[in-house]
Design a protein around this ligand. Sequence first.
Ligand code: MCA
Ligand code: AMP
Length: 508
Amino acid sequence: MPNPLYDTLFGQHQGRNTTFLQMADGTTVTHGDFLQLAAQYAGLIVRHGLRPGDRVAVQVAKSPQAVAVYAACVQAGAVFLPLNTAYTADDVYRFAENSGARLILCDGKCSESLQPVAHVCGAALETMNADGSGSFATKAAVLPRTFSTLDRTTDDVAAFLYTSGTTGCAKGAMLTQGNLLSNCRVLAGEWKFTAEDSLLHALPIFHTHGLFVATNITLLAGGKLVFLPKFDLDVMLGLMPQATTMMGVPTFYTRLLDDERFTRETARHMRLFVSGSAPLLAETHVRFEERTGHRILERYGMTETNMNTSNPYDGERRAGTVGFPLPGVEIRITDSSTGATLPQGEIGEIEVRGPNVFKGYWQMPGKTAEALRENGFFITGDLGRIDEDGYLHIVGRSKDMIISGGYNIYPKEIERLLDDEAGVLESAVIGVPHPDLGETVVGILVAEGQAVLDLDGIKRNIGGALARFKHPQRLVVLPELPRNTMGKVQKKELRAQYRDMFMPADPP
Ligand code: MCA
Ligand code: AMP
């Protein structure tokens, strides 16, 4: 029976003895063994009563078993809903509840806090620990190692990825089999992936970059992932000589460059370094080439669209740009207020159309209509311009969002908590430049009347409700927030005022 995503990424490897995953300790998982495990997991998903289209929320550590859950969902026609392991139980509740998840998979350490969530949502709860053990593995182990793949079409939803959005409300972006397939096919072709490739994989697998780009492309091409639980400089340096490609957020590149052990020799075996998820400074691009002789290939994507543009594999990879639209993808630059296409070279809203663009936000026709024009163009919330040679430059964001180490943070979510603190009249949360993370979170507070704010206490109070990576690194008190004549807070001014807060001072 046809299931295009399963057949293309997974089914083609059935019974193969080739290495799919190589772990840091040198142990490996073959394609064939991986697929048998995935089949057992698919069997268990179906035994839980899930039918095609039902959602499986997954908040587990990165492991071969976690990837097998993804494969199992595809094979059983379930919608895979991966969640950042840093999310709090409240976050998981919001996503599980909104999506109507029927099965929640979590680390054994979280089962106590998530049991009530599963109960309220009417979902089953199973555990999967970082080493793959847990109730899910135990129950699956006795099931057949084959599973009759369920029918799907390219228009069926394969995954939900949640984005908080500028209003702080959770939106489930529905990605179809066709979205994921078209994008990985195009990227594998453009970036010349083959079965000979070995990709150094240190990204998390709960986001587009690590899963739908790095993992899908490698599966499609039949190559190998050198599969690391997280970014660890020593491990990366040790294993890079065995790899041919790497994908990373800019923080990976700055951390590598800050270590003198990272040399031309370390990168000698590599053929391609890809960067994305956040802006790569032109300076990093230049330093990287000086050190290794490699030009980083920067590309641009989004949760709702997968990848949109890429610098060329052959041809000039231009620092400070995200390259050209991928084959089949259209980009236009528009006037944010009228939606009219702007003349070439002008700065405006970046809009995207193509087979990569998602189906809409789950059960949110209003939000979907705000983001997706009737003619199919998706309004990205990024500002850019196309230069005379056709390269896209991202020059800023019209959406209020911070990208810290490749993770998106929406200020509204933090401002709400700050505003609720005793003695706080109002707040503004901004992103300021950070040497390691690209941007980091700063909260600006205005006190009520003569109130004296206990900043450490406020940090502690809001901390419990926020995933760690969203915690403000610093809180600052101002007598008032800068506003324009319409009364709108001028975050641009605040960002300018605090732009050097974490940056090393230039040597005199
Ligand atoms: C970890 N911490 C962070 C971040 N990561 N704080 C702010 N921003 C972060 N990104 C905090 C932890 O909460 C912890 O805090 C402390 O740092 C150490 O944690 P650890 O896990 O050791 O952190 P790390 O190893 O230094 O991680 C930094 C990292 C990681 C390697 C940059 O965040 C990462 O792998 N980022 C990649 C994200 C990604 O894949 N983005 C793609 C999204 P404490 O000590 O206080 O507890 S997909 C996307 O954007 C689109 C589609 C695209 O175009 O790709
Ligand atoms: P997300 O919605 O988490 O997938 O994040 C997507 C956002 O990351 C985009 O809208 C951009 O703002 C940003 N982004 C992704 N790739 C790049 C890049 N190469 N340069 C600058 N920003 C990027």
